[in-house]
Ligand binder design. Structure first.
Ligand code: ZN
Length: 152
């Protein structure tokens, strides 16, 4: 191949090319396969890393990408599990589940309005008269506490 006919792309050109490929179906998985450990040395690092796996917490694909280091080792790409409860800073329900629904109510009898956050859109009782109500409106929150779909 003649290098003059295939010059190295700039960072911006590579990003544009990737966006085009993504729109045509390129996935991260297909990228990791393209860059996965190749050869005896890189594959040995992947095998050693897979011995350090903890089911459901730290997982390493057999097609992991390896970054060899000059410092007597290598970094091996891994998946670290992060539970919603590790991210969520708001209230939790009686089962410890994040309260991802901001439920709004209004009492027909006494007119009281209130908001209650819970892990689902649920009924609540008026604190004044005890009558039970379905939520008039339930705003679903994402794991950061912002309404779903709201852009930062
Ligand atoms: Zn009431």
């Amino acid at each position: 191949m003649n290098e003059q006919n295939s010059p190295t792309l700039t960072g911006d050109e590579l990003q544009a090319a990737l966006r085009t490929l993504i729109s045509k179906g390129l996935t991260f998985a297909s990228c990791t396969v393209a860059f996965q450990a190749k050869g005896r040395v890189e594959e040995a690092y992947v095998e050693a890393a897979r011995d350090k796996q903890r089911d459901g917490e730290l997982e390493i694909d057999s097609s992991a990408v390896v970054s060899l280091s000059d410092d007597q080792g290598a970094y091996v790409m891994a998946w670290v599990w992060v539970a919603d409860s590790d991210v969520w800073k708001g209230d939790v329900d009686s089962d410890g589940e994040p309260c991802l629904f901001e439920n709004h109510y209004q009492c027909d009898d006494c007119g009281q309005e209130w908001t209650m956050n819970w892990s689902c859109a649920c009924d609540d009782e008026c604190s004044s008269c005890g009558k039970s109500y379905c939520a008039d409106e339930s705003v679903e929150l994402d794991i950061t506490g912002a309404p779903v779909g709201e852009t930062p």
